[in-house]
Design a protein around this ligand. Structure first.
Ligand code: PFF
Length: 455
């Protein structure tokens, strides 16, 4: 199996901007536009936001730098990379294998939410969901998610679409597309914020987002925030390692990571600023859960000038964001099947799509045929989301941090972060290494055990 990796010629990202766009494209996704607003809404607003910020700095940032450094050093998929970088007979490659499992679980429910987004682009264009009556927009959403055939077909269409882009390859597919899409995303989001800020109760929405109330912060809320930090930055499962393996050797890893983190945060805040004023103005509950965006947004846009056009833009924007994230998620199994099992890239992509169409259907049918099918009291959609965000990604983060901090060591890490001494990143390397060795693993472990009520 492993011998294939040396025979394959690896192609990477070609330019510095391309690297930034692709990495940011992975980080920015429905995590920002769909998950972040509803989790912030459900967990009390600004207090949650603060915990999330801390988690990003102390956990997300170091793990992301670690992953990219490991990936670039090994220039291989996550499983082979750990094998190549760890001492003989130590099973660190299992982190890569767990990452592949996480990718399948996340993709199963994520592709369904992307399916709703794509369906909403079409519905927005046809005008069928434009209504100021929230019961109408609620009924429209419920009609979509409870229709098994529509849910499945939209999900499969999404998988084929993303698979098609992956077939174009890393440079011509992922890099070329994200370079065009990321600037578009920012422009659309800014436009929507400007509209939202002119609404009646904009101030109330902003207060909800920015005035902290710590009474809602429990151990499980902290775990949710940490899980969200991992999910939003696409770390803890080898995605960033995979992208790191396409990084150029002269790219500044820590600077790129900081930029991605900053821009990702900006997109989340802008999404919050676009959504919460609207939620308050039109009398929705901020804690409405996963349906928040799909029910509020149409109701909001139906009440403002040029609403239909703006709504089309909003869902196009969500689709754009989701595309970059989906590409990076699917790239993980594709490159593993390609490099470890010797399948050609097209075959590896096809296999991934077929496996996902099977596993993902358990999430697509969660609101219809499989409504009553529950494991541990959760539907497959909720279970896959819970297991990946609250267990696999944080656990992956702990082991990646431990690997760099205690196995790979400061010398290798410093060389990677300073590009073999070419960049003046010594201090950054030392601080991040300290976090990886002592702070991140302990912090995430305590949060996980407390959040899961294991002690
Ligand atoms: N970061 C993406 C988002 O916020 O939507 C989701 C994601 C992509 C998670 C890639 C994990 C991953 F590996």
């Amino acid at each position: 199996m492993g011998q294939h990796k040396n025979k394959l010629k690896r192609i990477g990202f070609s330019s510095s901007f391309g690297i930034l766009a692709a990495t940011l494209g992975s980080a920015v996704g429905l995590g920002n536009i769909w998950k972040f607003p509803y989790l912030t809404g459900a967990n009390g607003g600004a207090g949650f936001l603060l915990v999330y910020l801390l988690a990003t700095l102390l956990v997300g940032l170091p793990v992301m730098i670690a992953e990219i450094a490991l990936g670039r050093q090994a220039k291989a998929n996550p499983i082979s990379a750990f094998e190549a970088l760890s001492p003989k007979r130590q099973p660190w490659w299992l982190i890569g294998a767990a990452g592949m499992l996480a990718a399948f679980l996340i993709l199963s429910f994520y592709s369904e939410v992307v399916a709703w987004v794509f369906a909403y682009v079409v519905k927005a264009i046809s005008g069928s969901i434009l209504s100021s009556d929230r019961h109408v927009t609620e009924a429209a959403f419920n009609a979509l998610i409870s229709d098994p055939l529509q849910s499945l077909l939209w999900q499969w269409a999404v998988l084929l679409f993303i698979g098609g882009i992956l077939l174009l390859g890393v440079t011509k597919g992922i890099e070329a597309l994200t370079k065009k899409l990321m600037p578009l995303l920012f422009a659309l989001l800014l436009l929507l914020c400007m509209v939202s800020l002119t609404l009646d109760k904009a101030a109330e929405g902003l207060a909800f987002l920015f005035n902290p109330d710590f009474s809602k912060i429990t151990a499980s809320v902290v775990l949710t925030a940490v899980g969200l930090a991992f999910f939003k930055l696409s770390v803890g499962m080898g995605t960033m390692m995979t992208y790191g393996s396409y990084f150029r050797d002269d790219q500044d890893i820590s600077l790129t990571t900081l930029r991605v983190m900053g821009a990702d945060l900006c997109v989340s805040m802008l999404a919050g600023i676009a959504i919460f004023p609207a939620v308050f103005t039109f009398g929705f509950a901020p804690g409405a859960g996963p349906a928040l965006v799909f029910i509020t947004i149409p109701a909001v846009f139906s009440q403002i000038p040029m609403g239909q056009l703006l709504m089309v833009l909003f869902f196009v924007l969500a689709a754009v964001a989701a595309t970059g994230a989906m590409l990076s998620l699917m790239e993980v199994p594709v490159v593993i099947f390609h490099e470890r099992f010797g399948l050609s890239r097209p075959r590896a992509t096809l296999l991934t799509i077929v496996l996902l169409a099977g596993l993902g259907s358990s999430c697509a049918l969660t609101n219809s045929t499989l409504e009553d099918f529950k494991l541990f009291g959760m539907t497959m959609f909720d279970l896959f989301d819970f297991v990946s965000s609250n267990i696999l990604l944080p656990a992956g983060g702990i082991f990646i941090a431990l690997f760099v901090g205690w196995v790979w060591g400061i010398d290798n890490f410093r060389k990677a972060v300073t590009n073999q001494g070419m960049l003046a990143n010594e201090t950054t390397a030392r601080i991040v290494f300290f976090l990886l060795r002592y702070v991140t693993p302990v912090l995430v472990l305590v949060v996980m055990l407390k959040g899961l009520k294991l002690f």
